[in-house]
Design a protein around this ligand. Structure first.
Ligand SMILES: C[S@@+](CC[C@H](N)C(=O)[O-])C[C@H]1O[C@@H](n2cnc3c(N)ncnc32)[C@H](O)[C@@H]1O
Length: 155
């Protein structure tokens, strides 16, 4: 399920606070969010990982049709991806996935500066900012700063 427009706008507000480094969408789906990020940030490199064939194909086609140059879409499991080239991770997943991402960050210690998550927290990590959407569920959007101290304190 793609994120809602309110969620996208809030996530984008957080993206705007993360400088100029490259951004990875963990599970880029049909491309709804990565394409928005890529269009809004033409100077930044945007990467999406998506396992499902049809969403990946559709997003790849959209990227071509729209002529978006700064977007790369991989049909690949993001747990096997090398995250060290990215400055920002964005995701809209589920609690078990957040647990696995946390473990991947702790074991691989990539040079990532921020993680932005729609709805689901990184278990036991202190978020830097949280915005609750003005919707029925008051869904939270989390911004984490990923620091070296964070890795050490969770080891
Ligand atoms: C809820 S959708 C979010 C799509 C998009 N990020 C958005 O916010 O609109 C989550 C996507 O993650 C993909 N996904 C889940 N686990 C994955 C994995 N390990 N590797 C790659 N994609 C994965 C799913 O196939 C699904 O398309």
């Amino acid at each position: 399920m793609p994120s809602s427009t309110k969620a996208y706008n809030t996530m984008m507000k957080f993206v705007d606070q993360t400088g100029t480094g490259s951004i990875i969408d963990l599970g880029s789906g049909w491309g709804n969010f990565v394409i928005r990020i890529a269009k809004r940030n033409p100077q930044r490199q945007i990467v999406g990982y998506e396992l499902s064939l049809l969403p990946w194909l559709t997003s790849t086609l959209l990227k071509k049709v729209l002529g978006i140059k700064n977007l790369t879409l991989h049909r690949q499991n993001f747990y096997n991806a090398n995250l060290s080239g990215a400055s920002v991770l964005v995701c809209y997943l589920y609690p078990e996935a957040m647990d696995r991402i946390k473990n991947k960050l702790i074991s691989e210690k990539p040079n990532v500066d921020f993680l932005i998550s729609n709805n689901f927290a990184l278990p036991s990590w202190q978020s830097y900012k949280v915005i609750q959407l003005d919707d029925f569920y008051k869904s939270p959007i989390y911004l984490y700063k990923i620091s070296k101290e964070e890795f050490e304190s969770h080891h």
